[in-house]
Ligand binder design. Structure first.
Ligand code: PHE
Length: 477
């Protein structure tokens, strides 16, 4: 069976264009903002180890499956799943998997844009020399007063959402490609410079051992942000896989998996490109950036007696300290936050692309109109996050079960990263090996059914990956 589907939204100009765009989607706030702070909250080493395992065992096979499905379907995830479901002799209801992804992308972008707005604000602050010569306390209090001001957050959130929609309206495959080509390498070099600075803080070794020396106590037992173990009324430690779920959820989040972003990028991928090789490059680059960010941040944390469990503000309380006290700090700092904004930008467009592509395909809308509609609604949803850091700081909308003591922002983050993405990823894995035929998956992966690499992927995706996800879910939920 030979098929010749092409995407109506265009195609990447080459394999490299795809790798860059998908890396642009993967590398973002997840690597530089989220990874360090959740690693910090969950005790470091053991958490990082599980995260790395999840990337290898769950992330890589699912990424291959997701790109493969995307390229086979060549449409927005909703329509792709609908068509491939029918084609495989299963049901058109697989489209709901597409919808789950659209919803997840929408919810993630709503808070992602607010945090990216923080980075925008920090471009300005660093450029104007605000942090020069400051001590840890002053830097922390600058962050505190910034987030407690809803108007400031609103302003930057609005700007960032506007930037995102500007690119999405023009079409993802033209324009974006060029920007990512030199921004990603620059970000990488700046991170190396930061790690170089961290080498001289006097606490480099301590930072490294925090990140890489596994201590399973904190990972497996209920603890406070920062690592202190919580005891039950009998004075016993409380066993939980919740933090393993968070590590797994982050593997999905950081690789942009489980919600159709990689699927839709795959739908613009020319035929004849090896999906396995590109997957390894994307996952490798993404992981490297996260680890470098951790290696830059934790030495600064320990050298200044800061709290590794400081939460979402962690990078904004640590990195400016370095920029304020290193040679050329203003220059490097400004550049760094600019690049962080770009990294977030190239991720945010992929969050909303599945929804916009659907509006274009099914409602016959122009990209401009579709982007405007999505942008405005997502901006509105973002208000929940804006107020989570000030007026509603102590408001816990769903105060029970796994949502206890969580603000709107916390709930959105938890539901999307730790539940919706793994669920979507699980369904993608199941679809690719239990529903699609071996013939079509091998064909689309550009492999033969007898290839060893094909069979490794098949086995992982058929058994190991789904069982791992289900096991972790079942334990926590
Ligand atoms: N991977 C992005 C990051 O790490 C976030 C993202 C998640 C983007 C899901 C698209 C889809 O910042």
């Amino acid at each position: 069976m030979v098929r010749k589907r092409t995407s109506i939204h265009g195609e990447w100009s080459s394999r490299w264009a795809f790798i860059l765009a998908a890396t642009g989607s993967a590398v973002g706030l997840g690597n530089i903002w989220k990874f360090p702070y959740i690693a910090g909250e969950n005790g470091g080493g053991a958490f990082v180890l599980v995260y790395l395992l999840c990337i290898a065992v769950i992330g890589v096979p699912i990424m291959m499956a997701e790109i493969m499905i995307g390229r086979r379907g060549r449409q927005s995830p909703v329509n792709t799943m609908y068509n491939l479901g029918i084609e495989a002799g299963s049901t058109p209801h697989w489209k709901w998997l597409g919808w789950l992804g659209v919803a997840a992308g929408f919810l993630i972008l709503s808070y992602y844009s607010v945090i990216a707005g923080w980075a925008l604000n920090y471009v300005l602050e660093t450029a104007s020399g605000t942090f020069t010569g400051l001590k840890a306390e002053a830097v922390s209090s600058i962050f505190g007063s910034f987030v407690s001001n809803p108007n400031a957050l609103l302003f930057w959130h609005t700007l960032f959402m506007g930037m995102t929609m500007f690119i999405v309206a023009r079409g993802v495959s033209n324009g974006l490609e060029k920007a990512v080509r030199f921004l990603m390498p620059s970000l990488f070099i700046l991170l190396l410079i930061m790690v170089g600075y961290a080498l001289n803080t006097g606490e480099f070794v301590r930072g490294l051992s925090f990140l890489f020396e596994p201590n399973f106590e904190t990972l497996l037992y209920k603890h406070e942000a920062g690592g202190q173990i919580v005891l039950n009324t009998y004075g016993e430690k409380i066993f939980t896989l919740e933090y393993v779920l968070i590590a797994m959820g982050h593997a999905f989040f950081t690789l942009s998996l489980g919600m159709g972003a990689i699927m839709i990028y795959g739908s613009y991928l020319p035929k004849k490109v090896s999906i396995a090789k590109t997957t390894f490059m994307i996952a490798g680059a993404d992981t490297l950036v996260a680890l470098l960010a951790g290696m830059a941040i934790f030495p600064i944390v320990f050298a200044n007696q800061l709290d590794p469990g400081a939460g979402p503000g962690l990078i904004f309380k640590t990195l400016p300290l370095a920029f304020g006290n290193m040679p050329f700090g203003t220059l490097f700092g400004t550049l760094f936050f600019i690049l962080l904004v770009f990294a977030a930008w190239s991720s945010s467009i992929s969050l909303i692309e599945p929804a916009v592509a659907w509006l274009v395909e099914n409602k016959g809308m122009k990209r401009l109109k579709a982007s405007a509609i999505m942008g405005v609604s997502c901006w509105l949803a973002g208000l929940l996050t804006v107020f989570s850091f000030n007026a509603w700081e102590k408001f816990y909308p769903l105060n029970f079960w796994i949502f206890k003591n969580k603000t709107f922002f916390d709930v959105l983050d938890y539901i999307t990263a730790n539940i919706m993405l793994p669920l979507g990823g699980l369904a993608i894995a199941i679809f690719s090996v239990w529903i699609m035929t071996r013939e079509s998956s091998a064909d689309e992966l550009e492999m033969r059914q007898t290839d060893k690499s094909y069979n490794v992927w098949y086995f992982m995706t058929r058994y190991v990956t789904p069982l791992a996800v289900v096991y972790i879910f079942w334990n926590v939920i």
